[in-house]
Design a protein around this ligand. Sequence first.
Ligand code: BEZ
Ligand code: FE
Length: 297
Amino acid sequence: MTQETTTHQATQPTTVTEDTITDVAVARWATAHDPRTAELMTALVRHLHAFARETRLTEAEWMAAVQWLTATGQISDEKREEFILASDVLGLSMLVVAQNHRFDPAATPATVLGPFHIDGSPEREFGEDMSDGLPGELLYVHGTVRSLDGTPVPGAMLDVWQSDADGAYEAQLDVDEARLRAKYTSRPDGTYCVRTIAPRGYAIPMDGPVGALISRTDISYYRPAHIHFLIAVPGFEPLITHLFREHTEFLDSDVVFGVKRELIVGFEQHGPGPTPDGGHSDGPWLEARFDFVLQPA
Ligand code: BEZ
Ligand code: FE
């Protein structure tokens, strides 16, 4: 500020024109003290200006965009992350994930975190139920956590969360108890076992600015049925991913671009009988087997 005032006193003020404004703004933002901030901000200015030029942005459109951003901020709170949702449906979240997690092709691929993860889930034992008797089809998800060379990974913390049989997450409901989320730890042989209910596909929240915008398009606003996993183990890249139910709706049109072939898992139907936790089910149940393969750090 002081520098600029001094310069203005010493020289004739220059008129910033439509042709010079980008260079002037870029030069100003290049003064950011942190080099990475300077790189990000100057690129942002260049791309924003190019966007306005390419689309011949009108003042009314600019104001509509400002009001949309304001509404996106206003509807957000500690349980609702409308900006993350906006980033997700624009494909930005998956692009950032893809370019920051270029794992070995044999490792389990990463996907978006999404807006519904809640910290501090309760710890559960191998095969313990995280659905607490909620209505739905009984499902066991089990397998091994291992490294790229096939070595089992013991002690891996699997933070698991999912929607209920109506497609709703705890973060969308007014509940006090942890609901359909838990932390499991892989055993000394790397095995894990989650007992739960089958998740259902669901519509992303459509009652906010993101939904309002999507409603003006032909975009399908559904996600295919899936369960989220966050696996953190020292010595390995943290893995944030999903498992998707095979043959379910919306696998080809996931609104947040999260589906990968390697993450689609069969939910095999079983009749009454022994279950993967070493117990027994008197009724039908579903089995999803999946081995998580971690990328070394
Ligand atoms: C989810 O799977 O929880 C999710 C991810 C992105 C946007 C909305 C929901
Ligand atoms: Fe989800």
